[in-house]
Design a binder for this molecule. Structure first.
Ligand code: G6P
Length: 607
């Protein structure tokens, strides 16, 4: 949520900042802004409501010189998304400019205090309070900028990733983080700061991630210094990023989401590579190898997650309980953290998060750790906060996911959960391992039917509401199918366990209402057929996802989408693919912004 990028060095900062903002736009796209220290030593701030393209347009004929600058793309929390509330924000004297991701929870009393001290505010943001507070400390304590920032942050409650420039320090950026991600990149005589590495990978692969309550001073004169809020100097740990530029481009696809849907055969292969063997008698998942006994002796597993990751958690619950007989509970991280849950030291808490930065999931991880539980992270973003906070874990290795609606991360998460269950099961289910090897090829088969799914989407584009039904392991797939549709087509969709439908949602069924039913070959196949009959009896329009060769559902449904046969545990990896494509094509038909749907952000770093 909110993207931050900063540069100081020998090059012109503006193109680097704008480029970085475009890469970070998935984090928020309400408004954007840039602050540059010009050669006369003044700070120029340019802001625009809307996307980065609008900022670029606004800046077309403006002076853009300067080798030090910071830039921001916003997902509004405090104050509506307009030009005034857009970042960067000046301090009163316009001497300091600041960008911020996070929430300053005690901004209201701080604002009052500053007003009493003669400060005036232009915006309604919590961020402007922070920049004014830093200036207030700088002036009242007559201290340097770093001290002012440390002292100000010491009195702030909430979360922040900030980057600051000052008129009097033209070759310096100071950045700090607490619960919101920040990465520092070092080039040849130049420094970068960003919310995530995708914004700077073009320029450097040598990076260090800041930890909570750390402040980085990037100075062309004195180099990089990292301190904590008490001004104790820390030694930053540098890593080499394993990220290529092509992973961040659309590579000929019309949208990132479509690219990511089509990448799934490869991403599942990448996720399993080196971890499963063709014979099906071994799973080499290092996080499980190292902690197998701990898992087998766990009182229970609690999985915490949000959004799509929560759906994969439900699938994980099904597989782990069924294959390993370990009790599993699945929790929305946002609910779990605030309801004083019972967590035992012999519980294992699995946190699933594509970004590894979701604020609620991160807080749930910290809560679990404080209760002595062992925390296992399943993340995509390497080096992310959750992956670093967890005791152990497995990356899903699906590459950067840029479309806001998650696709390949979902199937990657399920794949890791399946591998975890297989690694813990005794004896190992060789049939499932061998079948997992075949999943990429089977997804390719589904992707080849994209034209018929597109045609189906054409006939559904004007529908006012949808119901998605599934049972057993396909119930979370119904939830995920409905979520995809809501996220990118802005159409109401209910995901429901098929049998539960008669306790309410069936009242919504009338002639022509589209009901998408996942009716693949499974242990509950006959039950699902009964549910289909109930919809047909009320003249609903049944669109069924079936296993190739099916005859019973085919004879009942109005339309069918075939997927190849597989083992029931692996069914979600196939049945979700047509639902992703269906949502995608409906959104395209409606002319909507598929990759950046309204009101959403990919990385939700505020609670
Ligand atoms: C946002 C994204 C979703 C994602 C959810 C959880 O809402 O738009 O696609 O599923 O956050 O994100 P995480 O990174 O923790 O998986």
């Amino acid at each position: 949520m909110c993207g931050i990028v900063g540069y100081t060095g020998h090059r012109c900062a503006c193109p680097i900042l704008i480029n970085g903002l475009k890469r970070l736009e998935y984090r928020g796209y309400d408004s954007a802004g840039v602050a540059l220290i010009n050669p006369c030593g003044e700070i120029n701030i340019y802001k625009a409501k809307g996307k980065v393209a609008e900022l670029e347009c606004f800046m077309q004929n403006k002076p853009k010189e300067g080798c030090t600058g910071i830039a921001h793309t916003r997902w509004a929390t405090h104050g509506e998304p307009n030009k005034v509330n857009a970042h960067p924000h000046y301090s009163s004297s316009e001497r300091i400019a600041l960008i911020h991701n996070g929430i300053i929870e005690n901004y209201s009393p701080l604002r009052e205090m500053l007003i009493q001290n003669g400060y005036e505010f232009k915006s309604t943001t919590d961020t402007e309070v922070l920049v004014q507070l830093i200036e207030f400390v700088r002036e009242s304590e007559v201290c340097d900028l770093l001290t002012a920032i440390r002292v100000a942050l010491g009195s702030v409650v909430g979360s922040y990733a900030i980057a600051i420039i000052e008129r009097d320090n033209p070759g310096t950026i100071i950045a700090a983080r607490k619960s919101s991600p920040l990465v520092v990149g070092v080039g040849d005589g130049e420094f970068f700061i960003a919310s995530d590495a995708s914004a700077i990978i073009e320029y450097t692969s040598s990076v260090t991630y800041l930890n909570d309550e750390e402040v980085a001073v990037m100075s062309l004169e004195d180099g990089l210094k990292v301190v904590n809020l008490l001004n104790q100097e820390l030694i930053p740990a540098f890593i080499k990023l394993d990220l290529t530029l092509s992973q961040l481009e659309k590579s000929g696809y019309e949208h990132f989401m479509l690219k990511e849907i089509f990448e799934q055969p490869k991403t599942i292969f990448d996720c399993t590579r080196g971890r499963i063997n063709v014979e099906g008698n071994n799973i080499a998942l290092s996080g499980i190898i190292d902690n197998r006994e701990r898992f087998l002796n766990a009182r229970r597993i609690i999985i915490v997650a949000c959004g799509t990751s929560w759906h994969s958690a439900l699938i994980g619950e099904h597989i782990l309980e069924s294959l390993c007989r370990i009790p599993v509970e699945v929790e929305y991280a946002s609910e779990f953290r605030y309801r004083n849950p019972v967590i035992y030291p012999d519980d294992i808490v699995i946190a699933i998060s594509q970004s590894g930065e979701t604020a609620d999931t991160l807080a749930a991880v910290e809560l679990a750790k404080s209760c002595g539980a062992f925390v296992y992270g399943i993340c995509n973003a390497v080096g992310s906060s959750i992956s670093r906070a967890a005791h152990s874990g497995s990356y899903i290795h699906v590459g950067p996911e840029i479309g806001v609606a998650s696709t390949k991360a979902f199937t990657g998460q399920i794949t890791v959960l399946i591998m975890m269950a297989l690694a813990l099961a005794d004896p190992i289910r060789g049939d499932v391992v061998r079948e997992l090897n075949k999943i990429p090829g089977k997804i390719e088969e589904i992707l080849r039917t994209k034209d018929s799914i597109c045609e189906l989407a054409n006939s559904l584009t004007d529908a006012k509401g949808f119901i998605y039904l599934g049972r057993g392991i396909n119930y979370p797939v119904a939830l995920e199918g409905a979520l995809k549709l809501k996220e990118i087509t802005y159409t109401h969709a209910e995901g429901y366990p098929a049998a539960e439908m008669k306790h309410g949602p069936i009242a919504l069924v009338e002639e022509g209402v589209p009901v998408i039913v996942i009716a693949t070959d499974s242990s509950v196949y006959d039950k699902v057929i009964s549910n289909i009959q109930e919809i047909k009896a009320r003249r609903g329009r049944v669109i069924a996802v079936v296993t190739r060769g099916d005859t019973q559902v085919v004879s009942l449904a109005d339309s069918v989408i075939e997927v190849p046969p597989t083992i029931e545990y692996l069914n979600p990896l196939l049945s979700v693919i047509p639902l992703q494509l269906l949502a995608y094509h409906i959104a395209v038909n409606k002319g909507l912004d598929v990759d950046q749907p309204r009101n959403l952000a990919k990385s939700v770093t505020v609670e």
